[in-house]
Design a protein around this ligand. Sequence first.
Ligand code: BGC
Length: 417
Amino acid sequence: MKKFSSEFLLGAATAAHQVEGSNTNSDFWAMENVTGSMFKEPSGDSVDHFNRYKEDIGLMANAGLNAYRFTIEWARVQPAKDIFDDNAIRHYREMLEYCRAKGVEPIVTMHHFTSPKWLIYEGGWENESTADYFAAYCSCVVKELGHLMRYVCTINEANMGLQLVKLVKDMMAKLGDVQTGIDMNALMAERMKPMTVAFPGADPGKIHHFLSPRTPEGDLVIARAHEKARDAMKAVRPELQIGITLSLHDFQPQPGCEAIAHAEWDEEFLHYLPHLEKDDFIGVQNYSRRIIGKDGGLPPPEGAELTQMGYEYYPEAIGNVVRTVSKSWKKPIIITENGLSMDDDSRRVEFIKRALKGVQSCIDDGIDVRGYMYWSLLDNFEWMLGYEKTFGLIAVDRTTQTRTPKESLTVLGGYRG
Ligand code: BGC
């Protein structure tokens, strides 16, 4: 097995809301805890990473990992519009210090899907003022904690809202095909009812959390939020290495479908590039490939092995995506997420080995890949799907919060140079 160089950042990722527990001032908490919620179950106390982070960081460090990507949760740091919470800052200071004490480089994400509930009342992610609020929050964090940070991801999967639009359109088209007679407007109004309870007093048509399907104007708000946050953090600490993260598919066009694949790649990646010119790195996140036919994305090939998420098991995708990104991105690349959900850990071990082979071949060809973060360090809260998906390198029994490292954790750590 070929190891990475000693400077290579080899680690795992989490997101605050998915692991910490009790993120009570966030918009997602509100949406999870209403009758008729679209969430399978609420996040509750999650896997209690807020209190158990030392154990978790200790396990990764012992296995040989030298980097940890995690979120500083906006809803904790700024639970109300005019309150910056010292206790939350203290918590994240201790966490950053603990990483450093364990020889683990923190890669901090400033926004990973969840926002403070108050932001939704201000118009959320379709409102220009969000870019300024976000920049102010980032600047405050960096003033307090920037001396302990080196790598910062502004926004996780900034392109997710556009991808959701595509998903919803596909679903509507299918529903229309098979269930004619359904009044889609009435159906949507029904789906919005819990939202009016989660955000009382807000106009139901204007509740824009981060995973709401996004308009082109909303997409620009996100891009500007990234730019303003980056510039605000750089103004405080110019030495920080700052980038965005994007969810990117390995598009594989069938013959004759290259232009369709290119249009998808443009929407998913290329059109953001003008907003990233002053960035220091880009965070690449990938889970599978997408075969493109004449009508767009095709389902996985007949007989393909699927993960619990229904994605094709396809570890080669990450190397392919990095190569495609590198054609138009000449600065450092950090793989900020790559992984799979499967109970059989031997399939994860195999996935990691094949994925890393692809990454190493990119590096051998001169592509500047600085790190690889497996998603995820822990089995955790997979958003609307709740707790049954197992992405983790470490299993968690949520009745006792007992951690059990999987073989895949050891295997990943073994690649450390
Ligand atoms: C997100 C994670 C999520 C993972 C697996 C990524 O899109 O950043 O929060 O858990 O995929 O679905």
